[in-house]
Design a protein around this ligand. Sequence first.
Ligand code: ZN
Length: 200
Amino acid sequence: MAILNIRIIGDPVLRTVADPVTEFGPELAKLVADMTETMEDVDGAGLAAPQIGVSKRIFTYRIDGVEGHIINPVLENSEDYQADHVEGCLSIPGLGFPVRRFRATRVTGVDMHGNPVSIEGEGMLARCFQHENDHLNGILYTDRLEGEDRKAALRSIRNANYDAVTERTTAKRAKSVGSSFGGSSLGGNSAPGSSFGAAG
Ligand code: ZN
């Protein structure tokens, strides 16, 4: 297993619609294992394959002890929304903003062996599924912000020296990303007690 390099905003892979997985074998199993290890290393709530530079429809998740992976996911969302909650993204270090998400989500797909998987989540788990699935479509949570939050996010992204972040070694970055999402260190509009800052 290996800790993988996390791609930072500005990398085109984060803006690319990912391809479905068609080959199931040891290579895929290794990728899922490495993604899981990377997510755990940075204390993330989820990780999508494009975030480690692989444009495939795969994400891992880890919310309140519910941990797993899903391949070629399809989401069915509730019609109603949950209360806005601060999200962060490992690919946009140092930022956190409240995002509107559907209350509940059912995700269906397959596991690394090609076996069918169906999971229903509410609250943070549903939020995680929606955040990670967006990554597979080249969408970042900041795209979903409106008004002043959107302006503030775009300004922060412009001002942040993400090129310098990208220069760092994987290990160093993993540590710094993890600690910068410690919760109370989240700047801007972070809500008290929010813990989704370590999202994928
Ligand atoms: Zn993310």
